[in-house]
Design a protein around this ligand. Structure first.
Ligand SMILES: Nc1nc2c(ncn2[C@@H]2O[C@H](COP(=O)(O)OP(=O)(O)OP(=O)(O)O)[C@@H](O)[C@H]2O)c(=O)[nH]1
Ligand SMILES: [Mg+2]
Length: 570
């Protein structure tokens, strides 16, 4: 019988009293001093009990500390670094059909209000968010629809806006969009070209004849289908675009939100509401019994990718000791364990340089205007040989260190030849870079105008005055103007970044030789005798060195922040 089962069977009073719960023993009354002592010993006992419940037989609970934590001593936040999201701007409310009716005015003039504008969708990169998991769960985010207009010329209320908050470092790409207004425009121009009326016959207001898009009308009384087909309708007014649409980023959306934003950025403006019946008063229809429906909101499918922003990125094989190193130099509570793939999602730790006197405890070199008071380090899951062939956790997590200014390669001196481990790591980083370049090229190609880079030149395309949309002049076919070329989110090559090697587990016996061969290899790379481990000609090789540390004993790590800081300012 296990001790826990035995404890369950015995009555509480015989097992725990008077040591743990003395109050349950009726004969006992504690003094104030005893109470204080009891609280202290109870707290100690509780923490021990908590540790024991994890794996009491295998480990001695007293040896746990911050660098050799118990299996349960870690912070685990949900993490998602890529997701797709569809956003929908709010549709407009319908216009109202209503007439003034008062005492002695039985058949008053029309007074139906316009429909309200649909809600907008905004995006904002904010500090504090660290993952996209909330958005990944949503899948679709829609702004509110505008309210319908009401009698007495009351306009409908605006639809509710939606604000998408994302972590700093999120890259947003548009996959596709459905813009009902553009579709409308296309239908109209097709109708005017091939329909009953030619383009020239279209009247000044750009209205099209009755019978075109009957479904855009509301008719009173409109309960019978007959009334829709028989009703005499005026020409359908041109669809209107929300003025705010001019603030939308040019399609296709491609944003790199690498700084916290003070104000949200408009992604999709809501559709305009329909027009109330007073808009359609004419000589022939003094009391129009129709209004227009509100427009539908545009939808954009987006891909969001989070590339965490850290100053230093730790790259290493699984079980090399990256997380222990992060714990040793920061306050991080990332998980540590003696097995591969302990870390399953990236962790960011902050090295605080503040001496608590308002000045950084370590000097930072000139170029920065403000002295650096902290810097961040990203720990990602370990890479294994062949990670680029989708082995292990894949290369996906390298995106979180590709924007780091400095790379720290963590090699385990006790596991295998450190030079071979370093070369393997560089191979995987190089493969990742190739994949990234391929993806960038493919995307740029996809977004480039077709027909061998030739596209029709449109001098001006106003979203505020949709009527002003000149047809391309025949023969005026130019290369895309430079100003409209697509912004490439280009990053510097990883091999050009400053890097160093942190050789961990130096406390274990027989690791000196391994370290010496690593150091002599790095010296040769620096002097140019050996090829850069990335295989690139212009890889960074200004000052290359390896730092031996025993992270678990916090030995050799005190100098690391200073070294990293020097490389950051290099
Ligand atoms: N002796 C010794 N052991 C260490 C040292 N650093 C880490 N370890 C041990 O090595 C094991 C792996 O450490 P982790 O920090 O989890 O390794 P990791 O690189 O983060 O592993 P993954 O997250 O799986 O990639 C743990 O059992 C640590 O206690 C060290 O300096 N000396
Ligand atoms: Mg780890």
């Amino acid at each position: 019988m296990s001790p826990s089962t035995a404890a369950r069977r015995l009555p509480l009073s015989t097992t725990l009293t008077p040591f743990l719960y003395p109050c349950l023993d009726g004969s006992w009354t504690p003094s104030l001093r005893t109470l204080r002592h009891l609280t202290r010993s109870h707290l100690r006992l509780r923490s021990q009990v908590r540790c024991q419940t994890t794996d009491a037989s295998a480990v001695d609970v007293h040896q746990f500390d911050h660098l050799n934590p118990a299996p349960t001593d870690y912070s685990a936040a949900p993490f998602t670094d890529a997701c797709s999201l569809t956003i929908g701007a709010g549709g407009g409310g319908h216009g109202c059909i209503s007439f003034l009716r008062e005492k002695y005015i039985p058949n008053g003039p029309p007074n139906g209000g316009d429909g309200g504008t649909g809600g907008n969708v905004y995006i904002q990169a904010v500090r504090g968010e660290t993952s996209l998991h909330k958005l990944a769960r949503r899948g679709m985010l829609k702004a509110g629809r505008g309210k319908n207009g009401q009698g007495s010329l009351k306009g409908g209320a605006r639809g509710e806006d939606v604000l998408i908050t994302v972590p700093v470092g999120t890259v947003v790409r548009e996959v596709s969009r459905v813009d009902p207004l553009e579709q409308d425009e296309r239908e109209r121009s097709a109708f005017s070209r091939h329909g009953s009326r030619s383009h020239e016959e279209e009247d000044d207001a750009g209205d099209l004849p009755a019978g075109f898009q009957r479904d855009k009308w509301l008719i009173y009384p409109g309960t019978l289908p007959k009334s829709f087909s028989v009703a005499e309708l005026p020409p359908l007014p041109r669809p209107r675009r929300n003025n705010l649409a001019s603030l939308q980023p040019a399609a296709p959306v491609r944003l790199d939100l690498d700084k916290p934003m003070n104000s949200p950025l408009l992604l999709a403006a809501g559709a305009m509401g329909g027009l109330g019946n007073p808009h359609f008063v004419s000589k022939t229809a003094l009391r129009p019994k129709f209004a227009t429906k509100g427009g539908s909101g545009m939808r954009i499918s987006l891909q969001l990718e989070l590339k965490l922003l850290a100053d230093v990125g730790l790259v290493g094989l699984p079980n090399a000791g990256k997380s222990t190193l992060l714990r040793a130099i920061t306050n991080s509570r990332t998980r540590v364990g003696n097995w591969a793939f302990t870390t399953l999602s990236p962790n960011i730790g902050t090295v605080v340089l503040d001496s608590y006197t308002g000045r950084p405890s370590l000097g930072t070199k000139g170029r920065r205007q403000e002295p650096r008071t902290n810097f961040t380090i990203a720990d990602i899951p370990g890479l294994i040989e062949g990670a680029h062939l989708d082995k292990g956790l894949g290369l996906g997590f390298l995106r979180h260190v590709e924007r780091a200014a400095v790379l720290a390669f963590v090699v385990d001196l006790a596991a295998r030849d450190a030079v071979a481990a370093l070369k393997d790591l560089w191979t995987e980083v190089g493969e990742y870079e190739k994949l990234r370049e391929q993806a960038l090229n493919a995307e740029t190609e996809r977004l480039q105008p077709q027909e061998d880079g030739v596209m029709a030149f449109k001098p001006f395309e106003s979203s505020i005055f949709p009527g002003f949309d000149p047809e391309p002049v025949d023969g005026a076919v130019l290369n895309p103007p430079a100003g409209r070329s697509l912004p490439a989110i280009a990053l510097p090559p990883i091999s050009s970044k400053p890097w160093l090697v942190v050789a961990t587990k130096a406390d274990l016996p027989g690791t000196q030789e391994n370290f010496q061969s690593l150091q002599s290899y790095l010296q040769k790379v620096q002097s140019g005798e050996e090829q850069h481990p990335s295989g690139k000609q212009n890889g960074w090789r200004k000052t290359l060195f390896a730092v031996p540390v025993s992270a678990i004993n916090k030995e050799g790590v005190s100098g690391l922040p200073g070294i990293l800081l020097n490389l950051l300012d290099a």
